[in-house]
Design a protein around this ligand. Structure first.
Ligand code: NAG
Ligand code: NAG
Ligand code: NAG
Ligand code: NAG
Ligand code: NAG
Ligand code: NAG
Length: 644
């Protein structure tokens, strides 16, 4: 739809009545000229009037004429960059810049550049310019003065202009300006849009405001991607929505700075600096009234800005800090299915949650939360579960049974992240419901006590350790069996601990696990890893278990543990203080007199140089023999385990 057809549309729709929801009634868009709520600009290579010619080829230089007009006095200097073609700066260049009432900065790597302008320049070679107003006299003067014209472009409200040098012998012999000229070959510019309109429904008390940008389809220049950079004032605004309408196959790439704003986008979109994940958009009406009705439907009853701009691959939008948008109430709003605020989008893209069949863990790098400023704290649905923070991360780790987590079956754990945000002096909270997938894998955990609480990765020698294997298998829980578990120490044969639900080594006992519930199975056993007096204690060990289905599908898990030589000595040089304390502690349980005895026994039995072999080297076997032991059970008072 061209710009000329646009005013007809509301009339047409008003006449047709039914084709648009009646809710758009009572909001007639009017130009917003005083204190516009946005500053909008877009990149384009189509100029209102322009031409190219080969007439400068006969002369000693390229001649480029830029004629700039302003709808309103510019507040910033115009930036003009003159860039050579791939071959470098080959010819001398004359740049004629007509820009009365403006100041400009002209940059170019080419030394042989003559600038003639009536603008105030901050640097560069300048020759004053005094030409009669109007396109005809300007072009005639340029032709007379320099023998030809390479390009002519009329521009309106440019923010910056990039002029690409070069002459084309295939251009027409004379530069005869045309309307809406495609200057792609030699020019790109970003222009301010001053046609913003707005309205609000008379009956409204709400201050929820919508900004709408409509991208005109451009059949001759179909674009696939739009980069939109959005920035908001230091005072964060909220309770606003940005509605972006374009052809459905356009991808919007949004870079957002300091905005707590909701999005409603036709076509797919992504928040560019954070993630390349494409979010699906929603098909939006391709009409002014349809879009306004859409905003009303989402309860945004002020159309703070409505802008229809030509198709462009780069758009920048600054939401201004002015009265209409400042006094927005801070009531939190429930998310709509397809309208997400930036915090929602961020969290849904980061997916910072990770679950096992017993725990939920949330880790968020604070740098990822950069686009939403001032996160005060983060909690789960149960607000007593608050994330800890260090210099770089927010972290939270909780059992699935806590913090308001709900489970339906074992496939997903559901909860909400609640972000408390400080917006100036006002606090706002954003709730993001999420579900985290519980992986279908075998989990292996080692516990220090029979309470099976607080798993650890340290295996203490000569002391009972408790192992739990678990896995979700909703389909047919009875199909899933724990096949076997091994303990392996580097440089030695692995020892079979449990096989087919039975203990296979001395010092191992299979325990009753909790009943399998709603598709999760749990197996437990205990064992004692014994290293006799004088035996060498390894640094680490691995616990490996396999669970399987009847059809021979096997799930395997390996748990690396460090080995701690707790009861005995950290080294073999004698009783250190730690060991004395340890023995003394034991003595409270056994009887004070024993301390002296143990000291005595130790000092008389301690090996001098020769290390005893560890009995866990007995080869593992698939047989059901119980002769293999992982420790000589008589060597330590802690080895109380036996076959259950
Ligand atoms: C995008 O959609 C428009 C119509 O909506 C169509 O004309 C154009 O061919 C499409 N482009 C691509 C690349 O699919
Ligand atoms: C808009 O507000 C009305 C009345 O307050 C409410 O019933 C409706 O659910 C709201 N619509 C949306 C999409 O939130
Ligand atoms: C949009 O921005 C991205 C990243 O900054 C860039 O790679 C891409 O080329 C840009 N696309 C357009 C159409 O400017
Ligand atoms: C989170 O911060 C807000 C604002 O400071 C406070 O009201 C709330 O109590 C905090 N929540 C927790 C769990 O500390
Ligand atoms: C903060 O905690 C995270 C997660 O535990 C950790 O990866 C990170 O190194 C910690 N950062 C600092 C500075 O301690
Ligand atoms: C075994 O059964 C499971 C589910 O019952 C199935 O997913 C798997 O593909 C099967 N494996 C083989 C080897 O048949």
């Amino acid at each position: 739809m061209g710009p000329r057809a646009a005013p007809l549309l509301p009339l047409l729709l008003a006449l047709l009545g039914r084709s648009d929801p009646g809710r758009a009634e009572g909001c007639d868009l009017q130009p917003v000229t005083v204190e516009p709520p946005i500053a909008l600009s877009y990149a384009t290579s189509t100029v209102p009037r322009g031409c190219v010619s080969s007439s400068s080829l006969r002369t000693g230089h390229e001649v480029h004429v830029l004629s700039v007009e302003w709808s309103k006095a510019p507040s910033l200097p115009l930036k003009v960059s003159v860039t050579p073609r791939a071959g470098g700066c080959t010819r001398s260049v004359v740049l004629i810049l007509v820009c009365s009432r403006c100041s400009a900065t002209i940059t170019s790597p080419c030394p042989d550049l003559l600038v003639r302008t009536d603008a105030r320049l901050d640097t560069g070679t300048t020759a004053a310019l005094a030409v009669a107003a109007g396109e005809g006299p300007l072009l005639a003067w340029a032709r007379d003065a320099y023998g030809g014209i390479t390009s002519y472009s009329e521009l309106r409200d440019p923010r910056w202009i990039q002029l690409r040098l070069g002459e084309d012998p295939g251009s027409p012999p004379d530069c005869i300006p045309q309307e809406r000229f495609d200057a792609t070959l030699h020019l790109e510019t970003e222009v301010f849009f001053h046609g913003t309109k707005g309205c609000s429904r008379g009956d409204t008390q709400s201050t929820r405001a919508a900004h709408i940008i409509r991208l005109q389809p451009e059949p001759s220049f179909p674009i696939m991607e739009v980069n939109l950079s959005l920035s908001c004032p230091e005072r964060a605004v909220s309770n606003q929505i940005l509605i972006l309408q374009s052809r459905a196959n356009v991808t919007w790439s949004l870079s957002v700075n300091n905005c707590h704003i909701q999005f409603l986008v036709s076509g797919s979109y992504k928040i560019a600096p954070i993630s390349s994940l494409l979010l699906p958009g929603e098909l939006l009406p391709d009409s002014e009234r349809g879009l306004i009705a859409k905003a009303f439907e989402k309860n945004y009853s002020i159309i703070a800005s409505y802008s229809t701009i030509p198709a462009s691959t780069r758009v920048s939008l600054e939401i201004q800090d002015h009265e209409a948008v400042r006094r927005v109430p801070v009531t939190p709003t429930a998310p709509f299915p397809t309208v997400y605020s930036l915090p929602h989008l961020l969290l849904l893209m980061l997916q910072p949650w990770k679950c096992t069949d017993e725990t939920m863990e949330i880790v968020i790098a604070r740098s990822h939360l950069e686009p939403i400023k001032d996160v005060v704290n983060i909690t789960l649905r149960d607000i007593s579960c608050q994330a800890e923070k260090n210099a770089t991360h927010f972290m939270l780790r909780t059992p699935l049974s806590h913090c308001g987590t709900s489970l339906e079956g074992w496939e997903h754990a559901k909860n909400e992240l609640i972000l408390n945000l400080a917006e100036g002096t006002v606090l706002r909270s954003v709730r993001v419901a999420f579900q985290c997938k519980i992986p279908r894998e075998l989990f292996l955990r080692l516990f220090p006590t029979a309470a099976f609480e607080a798993p650890q990765t340290e295996l203490e020698v000569n002391k009972e350790a408790f192992v739990q294997a678990s896995m979700r298998w909703e389909d047919h829980p009875s199909d899933l069996q724990l096949k076997e578990c091994w303990l392996a120490v580097p440089g030695r044969e692995p020892v079979l601990l449990v096989q087919g639900g039975e203990a296979r080594s001395a010092g191992v006992a299979v325990l009753q696990g909790p009943p399998s519930a709603r598709g999760r199975k749990v197996w437990r056993f205990r064992f004692t890893y014994v290293v006799p007096e004088g035996g060498r204690v390894p640094f680490s060990a691995t616990l490996k278990c396999k669970a399987g289905l009847q059809n021979n599908t096997i799930f395997e898990k390996v748990l690396e543990v460090t080995v701690k030589d707790g009861w005995r000595l950290p080294n073999n040089r004698g009783l250190g203080l730690a060991a004395v304390l340890g023995i003394t502690f034991g003595a409270f349980l056994i009887g004070a007199l024993l301390t002296a005895g143990l000291w005595y026994i130790y000092s008389h039995t301690r090996p001098i140089s020769k290390l005893q072999p560890v009995s866990s080297t007995a080869p593992a076997s698939e047989s059901s023999s119980t002769n293999h032991s992982i420790g000589s059970t008589q060597s330590t008072p802690c080895s109380t385990s036996s076959m259950a």
